[in-house]
Write a protein that binds this ligand. Structure first.
Ligand code: BG6
Length: 489
């Protein structure tokens, strides 16, 4: 389709990051240690093997705590946004951002997670960041928890498996909502709330060897139940403290196609997608869907609930549905002779019709349109695309320029697909924040060289470099897209 339209008026264009990947300053300003500060890079393992990078044991944590090393623990330095935020926000403003998605590191506010009194220096840091954003008319979109539970909650409370963590989290939410009530209107509770099943440590603070003899799947679902209750409380708190605030869930949109039209493959694709829909279903409809309850029953999983849990979940569903989308995948009943490739937090069947990034993630703009239609038809709530982008190894030329045309191509096609979903399919979409608008440490591989940004950060996989910021070709391109509200696509 040849686009002549612009995006809807007021469409929120911007970019997204998370504290644990961009901030650095892991021990500064009174910050405590978070789970991500102990996430180790494995430079020697296959970058497309998600599992190999994210299996965390108690021994791994002990090793991490014994060192201040930042080479093998790259999230400790990130892109050093902690010291560069003014410059970074100025660059976002130069591109014309209307919104910037960031997360608050819980461990900056409550270093151990369980204190009664927050850390003033941490609160002040985000005050400064929000003030800087408002100076340029950029609206913050804040994720309350993006892979950043304080490590103390893992070691002394068994992470989100422990009921007490709900109370610690709600105290944290009350603190940040009260403090930032005049500065933040858009909130997300848990990043990729469905992801705990795929990386229990990062999302839930769960380490399998700490639950000897227990059904670990049951442990994960118990922890998820606590996050659902905590998320409903967070929505309640936001609405009470900040009238007019909007709170979203955040889902990993894992879109699967049937590998063939064989009904069994179609069923497999549907069931695989229900494997993530069940979490947004719970947060949008305020109750567990019947098919998730069947899964519990069939797998001998029983969840401990307390009086009032069902009511709070029912009373405080989310206001909008946000999601990440990077790639699509295939599903088949019999996978034995099929090729497998990587995707966001998964490995899945390869689609012969699609090209993939250097990390094996299959590029599929139409899949974004399909995802938007599916989500909107399912929920009838406004959508917000809060992550999308291409991880690529950029090259700085001798003259300092970076020609990332491949990123522009990726983004352009995805943005056109969004416009089609809005214009042709009637989807209500609040905005778009591309992932890693400034280069940051990759979640899956902990590499700096898997870059997503419009802004290059001079730092390599080992944390070496000047941390100088450079504008890539896509920087100028995105500026124009925003300036013309999409007409230049
Ligand atoms: C999402 C996460 O899953 O994908 C981000 O919310 C992450 O934290 C992003 O960075 C891209 O994945 P990766 O592994 O390329 O960093």
């Amino acid at each position: 389709m040849n686009h002549k339209q612009t995006f809807p008026e007021g469409f929120l264009w911007g970019g997204a990051t998370a504290a644990n990947q961009v901030e650095g300053g892991w021990k500064e300003g009174g910050k405590g240690i978070s789970v991500s500060d102990c996430a180790r890079a494995h430079f020697d393992t296959d970058v497309t093997n998600y599992k190999a990078h994210n299996a965390v044991t108690t021994k791994d944590i002990e090793a991490a705590l014994a060192t201040d090393d930042e080479v093998y623990y790259p999230k400790r330095h990130g892109s050093d946004f902690y010291h560069h935020y003014k410059e970074d926000i100025r660059l976002f403003a130069e591109m014309g951002f209307k919104v910037y998605r960031l997360s608050i590191a819980w461990s900056r506010i409550f270093p151990n997670g369980d204190e009664e009194v927050p850390n003033e220096e941490g609160l002040k840091f985000y005050d400064d960041v929000f003030d800087e954003l408002h100076k340029y008319g950029i609206e913050p979109l804040v994720t309350m928890s993006h892979y950043e539970p304080p490590l103390n909650l893992v070691l002394n409370y068994k992470g989100w498996y422990s009921r007490e963590v709900i109370g610690f989290f709600t105290r944290y939410v009350e603190t940040i909502c009260t403090r930032y009530k005049d500065k933040v209107k858009y909130w997300l509770t848990f990043n990729e709330v469905d992801s705990m099943i795929r990386h229990p440590y990062t999302t839930g603070g769960l380490i399998e060897d700490r639950f000897p003899g227990q059904n670990f799947e049951e442990v994960i679902f118990q922890a998820m139940h606590h996050q659902f209750v905590a998320s409903a409380h967070a929505t309640r708190i936001c609405h009470e403290i900040i009238p007019g605030s909007l709170v979203g869930c955040m889902l990993t949109k894992l879109t699967y196609y049937p590998y063939t039209c064989k009904p069994e493959d179609v069923l497999k694709a549907q069931q695989t997608m229900r494997g993530t829909y069940c979490y947004s279903d719970t947060q949008v409809f305020g109750e567990y869907p019947a098919y998730l309850l069947s899964r519990f029953k069939n797998n001998g999983i029983s969840i401990r609930k307390e009086a009032g849990d069902d009511e709070i979940m029912k009373s405080y569903p989310v206001d909008f549905v946000s999601f990440s989308y990077y790639n699509s995948s295939c599903a088949a009943e019999d996978t034995s002779n099929l090729n497998v490739t990587a995707g966001n937090t998964i490995n899945a069947i390869k689609n012969p019709y699609l090209k993939a990034s250097d990390w094996g993630w299959q590029i599929d703009p139409t899949g974004l349109r399909i995802s938007m239609v599916d989500l909107y038809d399912r929920y009838r709530k406004p959508l917000f695309i809060v992550e999308n982008g291409l991880g690529a190894a950029d090259v700085v030329e001798e003259d300092g320029t970076i020609d990332d045309q491949y990123r522009i191509d990726y983004l352009r096609e995805h943005m056109k697909a969004i416009l089609d979903a809005i214009e042709e399919d009637g989807v209500d979409c609040l905005g778009y924040t591309s992932w890693g608008c400034i280069d940051l440490v990759s979640e899956s591989t902990k590499q700096m060289s898997k870059r997503y940004g419009y802004i290059y950060v001079d730092c390599d996989d080992f944390g070496k470099g000047t941390y100088k910021r450079l504008k890539k070709k896509s920087f100028y391109w995105y500026k124009k897209v925003i300036e013309t509200n999409g007409l230049s696509l």
